[in-house]
Design a protein around this ligand. Sequence first.
Ligand code: FE2
Length: 183
Amino acid sequence: MQAIESVDEVFLLLECGGGEAYFGEPVTVLEHSLQSAWFVRQKGGEDSLVAAALLHDLGHLLHNEGEDVADRGMDTQHEELGAAALTGHLPDVVLDPIRMHVAAKRYLCHANPRYFAALSPASVESLALQGGPMTEQEAAEFLVMAHAKEAVALRHADDAAKVPGLKVPELASYRSLVEQLWN
Ligand SMILES: [Fe+2]
């Protein structure tokens, strides 16, 4: 498992690897990450959730499975990869929403049929690999987990962050925010 040891490494990874297409969506991983962070901020989210949004898909940059991985029927568990790589450096209020952003999608598909109907085709494809919508029991267990609410808020920003060409603040503008949370 790849660990990330510094803020420099985080930003390099996003800068260099983030230019790749984002899994069947019309934006790159970096554009998607910046839009996610921006949407959380627009909704008045805490700095910790802005950081979680910026870094939530870092796991996609840590595996070498390529952009068409879901088409090949594989779930890379990028949410676990990303959170694990950052463990020890960021607080749980950042790591938990990253780790739980796929669970939050499965939760929302259970809780809200309109949410499922609005998912992008690529997101529907990966949902099947990620376990499909939660059952009643899984949803009840999810809701009592620490930072479930934050994970759901992150998920909504994540789903919206697929707008081609949207102008949002650049990566460097988040540097001090991440540094302040970093250990
Ligand atoms: Fe995402």
